[in-house]
Design a protein around this ligand. Structure first.
Ligand code: TXA
Ligand code: MG
Length: 375
């Protein structure tokens, strides 16, 4: 492994800033998940990002901006990121409120692209995704840097997003030189992606760290969520691509199969037994199953599943007290942990709430399970 995890000292931040200036790509902390950053104005750096992640170039990147350099919406134009001439006055008003209230934070805005943004960053789309992260280390880096930073989550394409520097090293350690340490991520899920529509409505392309209710409260309108199969049909092969490729059905996936349970283990009706047994029947009976418990008593849940399936169970809880923020924070780390243990697959309890962060948690669990449910 060639990667070095650097503590965020002023000297290291200066060093990483210089490396970014020379088109290197670097792991950086954000409050949502760790990103793999490169100079957003350099096609060489952008190519390196796609390459390190094995990411198809039809999946556009999010550009991360400095809170110090961007104070108002007009600054997005002067920094040659957004074409404000394409934004109507009422929409500009809504965006000004969003920016004032929700930036810096876990919210990405999809806006008309400035001609200077390389097409590689946006996969040829006429829009660009912009986010102002609130992690102090990355903000310090953005203040130091002479560029904005394109940064997808620092995982290999389709895999679980990393929520610690060590997890980035696991994913990309043999492909990049440096990761800036920023501790465990405060939110643990990617940002919410919000796209204003010409009709004045707001569309959530990906649920995430900013709950829909917060946007609703601020703007007085209900943003709608796009179904995962919506397509824009502009991939080079002419095949259909999702509107936001983070919405690919199978995403955020562990390497082991993950099966979403219909109910929490303690409520699980006995008639589900055959269905669950079918999922694991091809694995040796001595192999334990993993269990991702949402909340409550880990021991009773684990015992119940072991008895039901007649197998040892290795269980982890997202939040003992059922707190959605804590569950979001732990979700990817616990999935990653179970994935690294000798279990045949992971049963996951559904998130009990679709409110607030519950919607995004359930979205990630569902996507992690796609492609495995039928196995
Ligand atoms: O929290 C986050 O957003 C993290 C951290 C590192 O900031 N980043 C992240 O990036 O999740 P990534 O690349 O893993 O996901 C970005 C998503 C992709 O699914 C992409 O399709 C969508 O943003 N996206 C980017 N540009 C877009 C555009 N112009 N229109 C629609 N979707 C876009
Ligand atoms: Mg990602």
């Amino acid at each position: 492994m060639k990667v070095k995890i650097l503590p965020p000292t002023p000297k290291n931040i200066q060093f990483i800033s210089d490396a970014l200036q020379q088109d290197e790509v670097v792991g950086i902390p954000t409050e949502t998940v760790y990103g793999l950053a490169g100079n957003s104005a350099s096609t060489r750096a952008l190519s390196r990002i796609f390459e390190a992640k094995d990411r198809p170039t039809f999946d556009p990147l999010i550009i991360h901006i400095s809170a110090e350099k961007i104070r108002q919406i007009e600054d997005l134009e002067s920094l040659q990121l957004v074409d404000l001439t394409q934004i109507s006055p009422p929409l500009r008003k809504s965006l000004t409120r969003i920016i004032a209230e929700l930036w810096p934070g876990p919210l990405t805005l999809v806006l008309p692209k400035h001609p200077q943004v390389p097409d590689l960053a946006t996969s040829g789309l006429p829009t660009v995704a912009i986010r102002m992260p609130r992690h102090p280390v990355t903000q310090a880096l953005l203040t130091e840097c002479h560029c904005s930073l394109a940064a997808p989550s620092a995982n290999r394409f389709g895999r679980i997003s990393p929520t610690s520097a060590e997890a980035v090293a696991q994913e990309l350690g043999d492909r990049i030189h440096w990761i800036l340490e920023g501790g465990p991520c405060e939110i643990g899920l990617e940002s919410t992606i919000l796209a204003p529509l010409p009709s004045g409505e707001m569309q959530i392309l990906r649920p995430g760290g900013t709950p829909k209710e917060k946007i609703q409260e601020l703007l007085g309108i209900v943003p709608f969520c796009s179904p995962p199969t919506l397509s824009r049909g502009n991939t080079p092969e002419g095949t259909l691509a999702p509107l936001a490729p983070g919405m690919l059905e199978s995403h955020y996936a562990p390497q082991k199969p993950l099966w979403l349970l219909p109910q929490s283990v303690l409520d699980l009706q006995p008639f589900y037994r055959t269905d669950l047994l079918n999922k694991i029947k091809k694995f040796p009976t001595t192999l334990p199953v993993g269990l991702l418990v949402f909340s409550g008593d880990l021991e009773s849940s684990s015992k119940k599943l072991s008895q039901l399936l007649d197998r040892p169970t290795l269980a982890r809880a997202l939040s003992q007290k059922g707190d959605l923020s804590e569950a979001a924070q732990n979700l990817f780390a616990e999935m990653r942990w179970l994935d690294s243990t000798p279990v045949c697959g992971i049963f996951a309890e559904p998130c009990p709430s679709s409110l607030s962060l519950g919607y995004a948690i359930q979205d990630r669990l569902y996507r992690a399970s796609r492609g495995h449910d039928s196995r």
